[in-house]
Design a protein around this ligand. Structure first.
Ligand code: RIB
Ligand code: CA
Length: 335
């Protein structure tokens, strides 16, 4: 369905839905991002593709299926992708818990109404983006919330899929901020810096939500209480996930879990809540000490044309209010 009717208070408005593919490594913040995207009628979630990242692929795939089940949107297909980065050895993130969902991944006993698709995520990405490139479907917005291995491998195997990509809106990188996986690098980029450089140089328009932005989107106790007060099982699940994330270990100095991955959909749904700058972005792939460092050239010093909109600020209260309202929709069955 290409358009959706929204109630604007004074009547109906029709908006063109944005076709998106979500590439993810759930992951506490990934899970909240999935719940946000699936609840948003402006987004046409074509598929969820899982990749190794926060936890091994077996867990990120299982967690993607669990979150899809909890959302009720079991019509959205889930594909398993790459089980390791292109070159580097996998390094997992302890801050999501051993199961990747802060202990809420269940024991696997809860029956799922639907499993993952047989097709590999990379083959799926190539197939669908080729269809878009041929004009057989609208061009697709890719929303990577994880190491960029799946996306990079699709681009390496079939570079012409870039013609089927509307834009890539990704969470990753750290520019003026210190990294969270090393002093120089953010987790998604450091996990697979070579994949990130392939994606950053592919020619598709990029929108980047780095730590510089997402560390300003903290799930404080008040905001958590607001999400919980939405009063339905899915909002409760989101609040429980973020509470677990806070207890496992958010930013040094506390303040709450930074909503890294949901910021991608925050921007897609309300770009007016965000601000940023165009610049040329590239990834350090040679220096072991600075591996995964994301450089941005704001002033054209490299002679390279801008390839990304780098988001640096947001109206966090507006973002959380919108997130909470969309989670509330799960209780009204109009999510
Ligand atoms: O640095 C934050 C990113 O790394 C998020 O995508 C989080 O889920 C982890 O994957
Ligand atoms: Ca993630």
């Amino acid at each position: 369905m290409r358009t959706v009717r929204l109630h604007a208070g004074k009547g109906d408005i029709f908006v063109k839905r944005i076709p998106v593919i979500i590439d993810t490594d759930p992951g506490i913040d990934d899970a909240v991002a999935l719940l946000l995207a699936l609840a948003s009628p402006e987004l046409d979630v074509l598929a969820i593709t899982a990749v190794s990242g926060n936890v091994p692929l077996e867990r990120t795939l299982a967690n993607a299926l669990i979150v899809r089940e909890r959302s009720g949107f079991t019509g959205v297909p889930v594909y398993a992708g790459c089980s390791r980065p292109l070159l580097r050895a996998p390094e997992y993130a302890a801050c999501h818990g051993a199961d990747g969902l802060g202990g809420m991944g269940g024991d696997g006993a809860a029956p799922l109404s639907r499993g993952a698709e047989e097709e590999h995520a990379v083959r799926f990405l190539i197939r669908v983006l080729h269809e878009a490139a041929r004009g057989e479907r609208p061009r697709v917005t890719l929303c990577p919330l994880a190491p960029l291995t799946n996306i990079a491998l699709a681009l390496i195997q079939a570079p012409d899929i870039v013609n089927g990509i509307e834009r890539i809106v990704l969470m990753g990188g750290a520019f003026a901020e210190q990294g969270n996986a090393s002093p120089c690098a953010e987790f998604n980029i450091l996990s697979d810096p070579h994949a990130a450089q392939v994606v950053f140089s592919c020619g598709a328009p990029l929108v980047i939500a780095p730590l510089d932005l997402t560390r300003k989107a903290l799930a404080t106790s008040e905001r958590l209480a607001g999400i919980r007060a939405a009063g339905n099982p899915v909002a409760e699940f989101a609040a429980d996930l973020l509470t677990a994330g806070r207890d496992i270990g958010s930013l040094p100095g506390g303040g709450g879990v930074p909503l890294h991955d949901p910021a991608v959909f925050g921007w897609l749904l309300h770009p007016e809540y965000f601000s940023g700058r165009e610049g040329y972005v590239a990834v350090e792939c040679a220096s072991e000490r600075c591996m995964g460092y994301t450089m941005v050239d704001w002033f054209g010093q490299t002679g390279q044309p801008s390839n990304a909109l780098v988001l640096t600020d947001l109206d966090a209260d507006a973002f959380f209010a919108d997130l909470t309202e969309r989670l509330r929709a799960y209780g009204r069955n109009d999510a």
